[in-house]
Design a protein around this ligand. Structure first.
Ligand SMILES: [Mg+2]
Length: 256
């Protein structure tokens, strides 16, 4: 059997990773008050879209459409754009515009310290709109730790809106960042997004503390047990546990 020896003059050290961080329910608790408010705003919006122009659609029809589009396209918005001619910018402004947003944010302390401790570049990759995610980031005091902030408006590939978990989107992000998938680590609460990232060759970290099972945007109860699927490399309750799991998330690479 052949054996491989590493020459003495070759350093083996991990390349600095590129972190792709989700925002909602990864870096703060969106399930607490923000997602319920967004859901209510979405319901009002969808009821108007599905209605006859005078009377809003019934709640059952609204819930069915919201869930169907979220499951089929990964984002309710895509279904509304595709099937009802909704303008994305209008929908995002109406559903994410909360007067008391800042008072609704719940988060852990020490996020800035955590991001500083993690080696490598950090990119914020959120399916939320730019104005909303900027306000949340500023409130968390962590915007300076991200080299790039990619919000849903920028998630266009060949002119089409392609939010997570689109493979086309993730490939485009890697091209723009000039990074190979094996150096990327996606940190997320949404399993569908981690699954795509894993299929492309990225490492994946699943953050579970803010998760709710059932409704796609978080009106159900916290899950009792969370099994780690095969496409998740590391499961952590909080992002603050990531430094302890670094060795599993990084790949050793030979650098001459
Ligand atoms: Mg999320």
């Amino acid at each position: 059997m052949a054996t491989f020896a590493v020459p003495r003059d070759v350093n083996i050290k991990p390349l600095a990773p590129v972190w792709l961080f989700d925002l909602d329910n990864t870096l703060h608790n969106a399930s607490h008050a923000i997602f319920p408010a967004i859901t209510a705003n979405m319901n009002t919006y969808i009821a108007r879209v599905l209605g006859d122009g005078m009377t809003p659609a019934h709640t059952d029809a609204v819930n069915a459409a919201r869930t169907l589009y979220w499951k089929r396209y990964g984002a309710t918005l895509l279904g509304l754009v595709k099937h009802h001619g909704v303008k994305a910018d209008h929908f995002l402004a109406e559903t994410h515009g909360m007067e008391d947003l800042l008072s609704m944010i719940r988060h852990e302390k020490g996020l800035g310290q955590l991001l500083k401790r993690l080696p490598g570049r950090k990119v914020l990759l959120t399916n939320a709109p730019h104005r909303y995610s900027t306000m949340v980031l500023r409130h968390l005091g962590i915007q300076r730790h991200f080299s790039h902030h990619i919000a849903i408006e920028s998630m266009r590939v060949h002119g089409q809106l392609r939010p997570k978990p689109s493979k086309l989107l993730l490939r485009k992000v890697m091209r723009r960042q000039q990074v190979a998938p094996r150096r990327c680590i996606l940190v997320e609460d949404t399993l569908a997004n981690l699954r795509t990232a894993h299929a492309l060759g990225m490492r994946t970290a699943w953050v579970t503390q803010y998760l709710k099972v059932g409704d796609p945007i978080g009106t159900a109860h916290p899950p009792k047990r969370l099994n780690r699927p095969g496409w998740v490399d590391v499961k952590v309750k909080s992002v603050k546990h990531l430094p302890a799991r670094l060795s599993r998330l990084r790949r050793n690479t030979v650098i001459e």
